[in-house]
Design a protein around this ligand. Sequence first.
Ligand code: GUN
Length: 254
Amino acid sequence: MAKILQVQTYIASKEKACHEVGIISSVYRFDETVSEIKLLETIDFLNNDEDVDGFIVQLPLPKHIPVDKIIQRINPAKDVDGFHPINIGRMVLNLPSYLSATPYGIMQLIERYNIETEGKHCVILGRSNIVGTPMSILMSRKGYPGNCTVTLCHSKTENLKEICLQADILIAAIGQQEFVTADMVKQDAVVIDVGMHRIPSTETKSGYKLIGDVKFDEVAPKCSYITPVPGGVGLMTIVSLLKNTLKAAKKEIF
Ligand code: GUN
């Protein structure tokens, strides 16, 4: 139940952001028992609607729905999440593409704060299609931000702590709350926290609070820069989705 509420909060934030910048948005909600056919038909409808510049399918999907098939049905020119294989392939080849929202947001943060990346060791925790894998491509490719030496760590990585200690830039997208502790972080490292976990709390009116993949209070004193949760990468993700939608409306990519 908590997960569903969290997903609904994400969607509400995206709707609100669209409204604030003047993008007209609609949400199509389905039961968890929705059929694959129904989802594919809805995607076809949106692909063919000339009034729709871009759309996303909020993940995760129920277990009986094949996510790859759903994503591949989206017209790449309207895929403002940048999840379609054509957009991912174009991103890898450094061709114009929609970058998926979280990696795009992180790239913008690095650029805005003039974080040095050339020749630096960027360690990424987590190899998801949405964050870890595209981040590894973007940080290693030619240009700025980029030109990093990248290490992509995952559940089978040995000596994880030693590798993290070598990171000039550490990107935590591992999906485990407060996984990164101070003893894993080099002095003056840049730490980017992609985690988002809702935990019960007596400190807030709502009865819960958000925490990340990084143990912020003990890691922050060691860092030259660190992103908080909430108020860090999450906000940039929404901005990136809006930027991609604007690009779609202007037909900048396709
Ligand atoms: N679920 C978690 N992150 C994302 C995202 O960036 N886009 C979509 N569509 N679903 C998600």
